[in-house]
Design a protein around this ligand. Structure first.
Ligand code: PHE
Length: 342
């Protein structure tokens, strides 16, 4: 081979030892093999300076060198790319033996769950939501609900007064008056909200949540009330649950009833939860007192109404088997994580 060609071959071999990446291989290859500027590419242009009898051998030599360089550098390129890919795999390696970071899943607060569930049940019966205010006047919370000043029934609820006129509502029943003042029957509302009473023990809290129901229309009777509440207890506590009404007293309903449901724990046989009676007291209700309808300008000769007040904490405590109301307010995620329908 022409001495010059041999030199170029040596140059490629030595130079290739310095190459560290496929990019460098590419540049190096161009330096020799580029058709116009590469060292080997330019050898062909030398042809005219070669003696005619040597041209054939020279051309063959250049072609052989070119073939060799292509193969040699091509092989180097493949090796370099494989090395680079391997390095990338190493760098991007994921250690699947590492314990996973656990993502804690939250759930709605039991009060919210029960509140939503009750709303769903009664919305299915055509009730609409009315939200009253937590600060009320004495008139809406008591007087209009047939509980004038000095009425003994006021002692049933220990009230937080803000002034002689304003107070923190003790019952969502106050909302009944607002609705009936604004709207003539038919009325079918559900009114959820916080209420306040100076009362504090394992089953009572100074702030708790009620869900008021009010239906006013022609010919509303206790049968309608029991029918709706039957539906409610079946959906909340299970299909087999029944209700029973016991006489009670609220100034704004006449007759008034205390509603019990058959014990969903023992099925009515008697257990610790129902204190051996087979029944559990769940809410107060009744037929709206005519005086209350009249206070709101509704003709009690034409219309009658039913009302009920459900304690949401009490419902949640029964449903989830909680014996202390404070567990619902302490926001301990370990406790709240166990109180859901999952
Ligand atoms: N407001 C009553 C209470 O808080 C419950 C109730 C509501 C009773 C509606 C009858 C009708 O105890």
């Amino acid at each position: 081979m022409n001495a010059n060609l041999e030199l170029i071959k040596q140059e490629i071999i030595t130079g290739s030892e310095e190459l560290n990446s496929s990019k460098e291989v590419y540049e190096f290859k161009k330096k020799f093999l580029d058709g116009k500027t590469g060292k080997i590419g330019m050898l062909m242009k030398e042809m005219k300076n070669i003696a005619p009898e040597e041209r054939a051998a020279y051309g063959k030599g250049v072609n052989e060198l070119k073939e060799w360089a292509l193969e040699f550098l091509g092989g180097l390129d493949v090796k370099m790319k494989a090395k680079e890919l391997q390095a990338r795999y190493e760098a991007e390696k994921i250690d699947i033996t590492l314990p996973a970071v656990t993502v804690a899943e939250g759930n709605l607060h039991p009060i919210t769950l029960v509140r939503n569930q009750i709303i769903d049940i009664f919305a299915g019966m055509g009730f609409e939501i009315f939200e009253g205010t937590e600060i009320e006047t004495d008139y809406y919370n008591f007087t209009a609900l047939n509980t004038p000043e000095d009425h003994p029934a006021r002692d049933m609820q220990d009230t937080f007064y803000l002034s002689p006129e304003f107070l923190l509502r003790t019952q969502t029943s106050a909302g009944q008056i607002h609705v009936m003042e604004k709207q003539q029957p038919p009325i079918k509302i559900l009114s959820p909200g916080k209420v306040f009473r100076s009362d504090d023990d394992a089953t009572h809290s100074p702030m708790f949540t009620q869900m008021e129901g009010l239906v006013v229309d022609k010919n509303i009777t206790l049968c309608d009330l029991q029918g709706m509440l039957d539906e409610f207890v079946k959906k909340i506590y299970g299909e087999g649950t029944k209700t029973r009404l016991r006489p009670s007293y609220f100034p704004f309903t006449e007759p008034s009833v205390e509603v019990d449901c058959s014990c969903f724990e023992c099925g009515g046989k008697g257990c610790k939860l129902c204190k051996g009676t087979g029944w559990i007291e769940i809410l107060g209700a009744g037929i709206v007192n005519n005086k209350v309808l009249e206070n709101c300008g509704i003709d009690s000769n034409v219309y009658s109404g039913l009302a009920f007040g459900i304690g949401i904490e009490r419902t949640a405590m029964l449903k989830y088997g909680i014996n202390n109301i404070k567990l619902l307010f302490e926001s301990d995620v370990k406790v709240l994580g166990q109180l859901n329908d999952k």
